[in-house]
Structures are given as C-alpha cells and as structure tokens.
Design a protein around this ligand. Sequence first.
Ligand code: SF4
Length: 168
Amino acid sequence: MRDRDMSLSGTMIWYYTICPRQVWLMSRQLNPDEDDPNLEYGRFLHERSYRKEKKELRIGSNAMDFVDMVDGTPVVIEVKKSSRTAGSARLQLAHYLLTLEEAGIKVKGQLRFPEERRREDVVLDDGLRSQVIAAREAVRRIIDQDRPPQVERTRWCSSCAYAGFCWA
Ligand code: SF4
C-alpha cells in the first residue's frame, strides 16, 4: 500500500493548488520534463538569489528552502519566482509551519520573491490552518485514486512541465 503521508509534501500542496492532476502524476513518480525551461529557470533563480544562505531544512518528505533569522527570530523561508502564485506558495509554506508545529516547533514563515524584491510574512492562524488541513485531505484523496484526474486546461498549462505529457 502507498504511504500517503510520506507522499504529502509541501510540493504536493503546491501542485494541488495549481492542478490536481499534477498531484497524482507526482505521487506515481511520473516526474516532469527536467529540461523544461521553467524548471531550469527556477533552479537558476534559487541558486543565484540565495547561494550564501543555509541549506534546505528537511522533515519527512518536506524540503523547506531555508531558515533565516528575522529580527532575532528563526523564520522559515520559501522562495518563489513570481508573486502570481502567492496563494499557492502561502499554502505550501503554511503546510511547513503546521508540520513543524506538529513536531513541537512553532515558527513564522516568509515568502520571498527576489525578482520582484518583495517579501510577505506568513503566520499560521486558525484560518490558514483550516485551509492547510483541508488541502492535505484533498491531496490524500487524489493520491488514493487509481487513475489521474481528467485533463482540464488551466491557465498554468502553457508553462507546466507536464504539458508534453498531458497535451501531446
Ligand atoms: S499540463 Fe495542465 S492539465 Fe497537465 S498537469 Fe500541467 S497544469 Fe495540469
């Protein structure tokens, strides 16, 4: 039987907000095209923007970008290419904050969009916690399906690394 909780990473929460089909494909290790320019650019941006920062923080299946000290307090940082996906990034980071809280560590988070020189603080309040719990359940339901969700065109398809797989 598939280990549902091991599959439940922050990346899965991110994919869920973008397209449920991506969740299912990732859960079957059907990884996207590694040469896709969007993936390559994301890796480049991450390396260039924060090469001096600490390494990823890993808990279970979760790989958080890094922890930084902000006003003397440790803060979990998530770096994104564009604030166009700020809602998805907020939920992904909230999942990390909840995962840490479940491990007895209560910290705040911060989204960083280096290309836009923008930062956004994220606090796991009751509303965001409820959203994360609901998203986790939805991801688990998708992973448990025998077949992927139907292909449905989204506004992200043109820049999705699975586009060749879905629309060939
Ligand atoms: S190409 Fe579109 S339908 Fe396919 S996984 Fe990506 S976003 Fe989803």
